[in-house]
Structures are given as C-alpha cells and as structure tokens.
Design a protein around this ligand. Structure first.
Ligand code: B12
Ligand code: SF4
Length: 580
C-alpha cells in the first residue's frame, strides 16, 4: 500500500444515434481491444510503480457501449484519490463528438483529460493542419495522444501526475515494435459485460495492401508488426486464468501477420494438448486460401468465425479503390475452403463506389446470394474516414464532406455520390439488408450449413442479429448489443432533454415495439430452421454457390457478368462478357 493514490479512469466512448441518444446496451457483443491495450499498459505502469514507490495507481476501465458514465461520481472518485485523469480510449471519428461532450464536463470540474485513438492519429497522419474538432479539444485544455502508447505510457503518467500534460503527444512517425510488447488485458468484470464473455487481442498491426478507403495503413503502417507466439500464449493463459478463452483477434488482416503460423501452432498446442477451450474470431483477406495450411491451422486453433474483406464484387470498383488484391474469380474457392473447415464466414460489402447505382447494387447482391457461399453479409457506406487517402484527397480538393463526425460510422452518407442522390444511396443501403436477409435466402443459408456440416443454430443466431440490427434497432451489427438503453438525460447537446411525462411513455412504447419485432423475427427464423433441420434432403443440398469447378470450361455466370471489367492480370480468367 502506498501513501498516495493516482486514479485513472479509462472510457471507451460510444456515439449518438440519429435521435441523439447515446448508443448503449445492457451487454455489448464485441469487446474493445483498444481498452484492453491501454488498460494493459497502465496496469504494467502500476506494477512497476512508475510514479514512485509510495503511489498506488488505480485503474477503472469502462466501455460506454455497456456502461453508463456518471461524470459527477467519477469526478468525486478522482478527487477522493487526490489525483488522476480521465483517458478517452480508442476514440474513432464517429465517437469524437461524444468523447468531447463528456470531456467538456470533466474539464469544467478541472479534471485532466487525454484523448487517444484513430481520429486523433488519422488526422495527424494525413491532414496538413488540425481540423476544427481537434482545435476545440486543445482549447478546452484536453491533451491529444496520436500514435501507439507501447513504451510511452510511463512518461505520460508522470506528466499527468506532475500536472504538466502536454497539449499533443505525437508519435506517428515512430511505430513501436510488438515483440515482447505489453499484453492487452482486461479484468474479468469488464469482459463479462460483453455477451459470450469474449475478450480480444491484437496479434499484430499493419497491413501491406493499399485500399484508398482504409485508415489502418496510414496509422499503423504497411509493415507487419507482430507479437511472438510466446506473448500470445501469455495473453491466452492470463485470460484463461480468469476463465476467459474466447477472443476476437483484431488484426485487420491476420493472414498477413508474418508470424501467423507460429502463433496458430502455439494455440493448437494449447487447445489440443492442454484442452484450453479457445475460440477465435479472425479477420482476413480474400487471398488467404492461397497461403498453404493457413485455413486448416486457423480452424484447428479454434477459429469458428471469420470476417473477410470482400468489399465488392465489381472489379472496376475494387480497382478504383486500389483493392487490387481482391480477385473475384477466387472468391468462391476461398469461401469453400473456410466451409470445409466448418468456419462461419462474415463478409463486409461496401455500397457507394463511384460506379454503383441502385440497380447495380441490387444485381450484385442477387449474384452473391446465388453464387457465393457466404453466411453473413454486412453492408457499409463507402465513407471518407479521417486518416484515409480518400478523406485526404477530398479535403485537399475542397469537396464538401459532412462536418458532423458522429456520422462517420459507415452507416451514413458523408459526401456526395456521382451517380446516386443521397436519398437513393440511403434507400439502397436500407434495401441491401432487406434484400440479402429474405426468408428465402435465410433458408438457403441454413440448407447450405446443414449440407456442409456447419452448426445451423449458431448461424441462425448470428443471422438474426444481422438481419434485425439495422432494420429493427437502426444500428449496424458491429454496434449491436443486448437490450438497448436510452437515457433521457444523455442526449446530444443541442437537442432538447424531453420532459419525463413525454419521454417515459414514448420510451416504453419504443421498447415494446422493438421487443415485439425481435420476437416476431426470432420465431419466423426458428420456424425456418426447424423446417430445414427436419428435412432429410438438407443433408444433400447442393446449389451453384456450393459447387466447385476447378479447371472446368463451363461458363461461370458470376465471372461473365464482370468479364469486361476484370483486369488482365496473372491468373485472371479471360471470357466474353454477357449482359448482367
Ligand atoms: C476492434 C475494432 C473494433 C471493435 C472494437 C472497438 C475497439 N476500438 O476496440 C468494434 C467491432 C466494436 C468496432 C466497431 C467499429 N469500428 Co472499429 N476497429 C477495430 C479495429 C479492427 C481494431 C482496434 C484495435 O484494437 N486497435 C489496436 C489498438 C491497440 O490501437 P488503438 O485503438 O489505436 O490504440 C492505441 C493508440 O491509439 C493509443 N491510444 C488509444 N487510446 C488511447 C487513450 C489514451 C489515454 C492514450 C494515452 C493512448 C491511447 O494507444 C493504444 C495502444 O497503442 C480497428 C482497426 C485498427 N487496426 O485499429 C477498427 C477501427 C478503429 N474501427 C473503425 C470503424 C469506422 C468502426 C465502426 C464505426 C464502423 C464499422 N461499422 O466497422 C464500428 C462501430 C464503432 C462503434 N460506434 O462502436 C475505424 C475507425 C476509423 C476512424 N477514423 O474512425 C478503424 C480504424 C477501422 C477502419 N475501418 O478504418 N471496431
Ligand atoms: S486489406 Fe483491409 S486492412 Fe489492408 S489496406 Fe485493405 S482495407 Fe486496409
């Protein structure tokens, strides 16, 4: 026990929904790895007593997505400790306005505030001058932290303890190595606020590709930096000691982690010899099936779901955005490779590339449904995220972009589209969800699951969330949680706090209507599953998406629609285009 306490309150902020209420749930579905990373770094500083032998560093970690932040009580706890600060962690562009609104309240009480994460880092990496929101933060006396905190946290804490925080900490030109880096770790009580008790870690950072809409390469670099197998094992063991063995591995592209094999081999040993019940969710690219042994080892290491950056099936769109590595003629083979290992596939699909129209979007979704064995498809607006090349290009050209960062959540149109009006684009986004998750296609996905030996129940649960999240809750599945909360008083400044006599009846109606919609959806899907599982024909189900045709000369409709758009690169099929 020291003679003094320094309290650090870490908050991963949420953001506002379209009605101005904070997006918040009883339980979130995906853990925050930024929170785990920063928590791990400060916990190490606490163990090493970096503020002196007599100072106890106490850490609180809150994800606002599943926890209500009580500013007054938080200020009280920091004051009672005699010192400390509030750190807003992993703040994305869409969360910056919310972070600033909370920070303003802390600053009004004289509490020091530091904000880190992709918005600050992306802006400092790409823009010639600070945007208005970052200048506003500096004006409030907030410190901005750009870059990664590994190896830098102790110095920051000492500055904070001395009351000498600098306005900007900019480490963008100095990316730390991850070899022997501090492990990201969260205490069990924070993890249990995530449904399924998933935690997370990044086994590496950086991606070699160059997609122009991507912020990651400009913030974390294009060189693969990776943790060692020893470190990953230590992360897994530390979590397992608190009974947490499910992980979202947040590498944006684990297939390009140069240490993937050593890491997977180690996890396989933990699973197969030591019987750790490891479950992994990985993110990979569309060429991962070409890496010998990658998919098989991922499955043996416990990967049961994988996010694939499909983004689009039109080669013209992919080339336009420098996603040259996506070769559409290999999509089916790649998806089938994951199926053979019984791994559920999620694919991201971006709407609003320059050549997209409502008609081409509708056509492309129908092609995917018929010809690609994807389980879950999720849609995003093409968004010029601060930190991306697209954002920088538009900013330098003076092209109008929505000034409200709260909308940069990939669920809003933030700039004009050359071929669709804003309304058409919004309509196309809404219809995309409805078009993919029709009852008929849900049944097809379940039949494919039964025929391939995937667990239909697991797929149905995920499909229910994906089908209902955007349409019932009005939020993207990546923001989804269990049981929505809307706090009357936590409304975006500028919007009225509604009179309780009006708010609570409205909220009760809103809650019941939403619950009824979920129950209806759930029942309908359960009936479909019961029918599929009971049907003996499901086991032998076959369709175009499941069929493999390596070396076949039969015309493949999927490829032919885009034949004239396919670049003449090595391995690309050369065929006549047909009318799409
Ligand atoms: C895991 C993840 C999620 C998870 C969890 C969130 C999280 N941040 O942990 C989930 C699924 C919830 C999520 C959702 C979304 N995400 Co996300 N996500 C990621 C991902 C893949 C990894 C995050 C991570 O762990 N990084 C590793 C950590 C260590 O890096 P870091 O966050 O930068 O933190 C370091 C430093 O910044 C610094 N630091 C950070 N905070 C602080 C605070 C203090 C006080 C200090 C001193 C230092 C410090 O130290 C840390 C350690 O070095 C990133 C991509 C990436 N490579 O980071 C995208 C990313 C952050 N997400 C992004 C987006 C857009 C979203 C969504 C809005 C869109 C979508 N539909 O996907 C949603 C919705 C978010 C919401 N409103 O809740 C963008 C953000 C870009 C931007 N300019 O805003 C990214 C960069 C991906 C991209 N598409 O470009 N995401
Ligand atoms: S493959 Fe993914 S992480 Fe890599 S540059 Fe493209 S979008 Fe970014």
């Amino acid at each position: 026990m020291g003679t003094r306490t320094f309290r650090i309150v870490l908050i991963k902020p949420s953001h506002y929904d379209d009605d101005g209420y904070v997006v918040q749930w009883r339980r979130t579905t995906i853990p925050s790895n930024s929170l785990a990373s920063v928590h791990g770094l400060i916990a190490e500083c606490a163990r090493e007593r970096v503020l002196g032998p007599d100072v106890d560093i106490v850490i609180e970690a809150h994800d606002e997505g599943n926890t209500v932040i009580d500013v007054k009580k938080t200020v009280g706890r920091i004051r009672a400790a005699g010192g400390g600060f509030v750190g807003f962690v992993g703040v994305q562009s869409n969360q910056f306005p919310r972070a600033l609104d909370l920070a303003r309240q802390f600053r009004a009480q004289g509490v020091p505030v530091v904000i880190g994460g992709f918005h600050v880092a992306g802006c400092l990496a790409m823009l010639p001058e600070l945007p208005a929101d970052l200048r506003e933060a500096l004006g409030l006396g907030i410190s901005l932290f750009a870059g990664e905190a590994e190896g830098r946290m102790a110095a920051l804490l000492r500055d904070a303890d001395a009351g000498a925080l600098r306005p900007i900490y900019n480490y963008m030109n100095d990316l730390p190595g991850l070899d022997a880096a501090t492990p990201p770790i969260l205490p069990r009580e924070v993890v249990t606020r995530v449904a399924g008790h998933y935690s997370s870690f990044d086994a590496g950072r950086g991606c070699p590709f160059q997609c122009s809409f991507c912020t990651i390469i400009n913030v974390q670099g294009r060189k693969s930096r990776y943790r060692t197998a020893d470190d990953v094992e230590a992360i897994v063991r530390a979590n397992a000691a608190q009974n947490v063995t499910r992980f979202f591995v947040t590498d944006d592209n684990f297939a390009r982690n140069r240490n993937w094999e050593a890491i997977l081999d180690r996890l396989i040993v933990l699973r197969e010899r030591e019987k750790f019940k490891i479950r992994l969710i990985l993110q990979v690219d569309t060429l991962c099936h070409r890496i010998p042994g990658f998919i098989e080892k991922a499955a043996r290491a416990g990967c049961n779901a994988v996010f694939i950056g499909l983004e689009n099936i039109n080669p013209e769109s992919l080339m336009g955005t420098k996603k040259r590595q996506n070769k559409i003629w290999e999509y089916r083979e790649m998806l089938l490779a994951w199926r053979r290992e019984k791994v559920m596939t999620y694919a991201g699909y971006i709407l609003g590339f320059p050549t997209d129209t409502p008609e081409t979007i509708a056509r492309d979704i129908e092609i995917i449904k018929k010809e690609l064995p994807i389980d879950l498809l999720e849609f995003f607006y093409l968004t010029p995220l601060p930190g991306s090349e697209d954002h920088k290009t538009l900013a330098l050209r003076g092209v109008p972009m929505d000034p409200d960062m709260n909308k940069y959540d990939l669920e809003h149109a933030c700039t004009a589209h050359p071929r669709m009006s804003k309304d058409e684009w919004m309509q196309a986004y809404r219809q995309a969800w409805a078009r993919y998750y029709t009852d008929e296609h849900v049944e097809t996905i379940l039949r494919r699951a039964v025929a391939s030996g995937l667990n239909p129940r697991k797929i149905l649960d995920a499909m229910t969330i994906f089908a209902g999240s955007a349409r019932i809750e009005g939020v993207h599945p990546l923001q989804f949680g269990l049981v929505r909360r809307k706090l009357r008083t936590q409304r975006r400044p500028g919007l009225p706090v509604v009179n309780p006599l009006l708010f609570y009846p409205w909220r009760a109606f809103d809650f019941l209507r939403t619950a009824a919609q979920w129950v209806t959806l759930l029942r309908r899907y359960r009936r479909i599953m019961a029918r599929v599982v009971a049907d003996p024909a499901s086991a032998h189900y076959m369709d175009e998406a499941l069929s493999r045709r390596p070396g076949s000369n039969e015309p493949d409709h999927f490829i032919e629609v885009f034949a004239d758009k396919i670049p003449h690169t090595h391995g690309a099929p050369v065929r006549q285009a047909v009318a799409g």
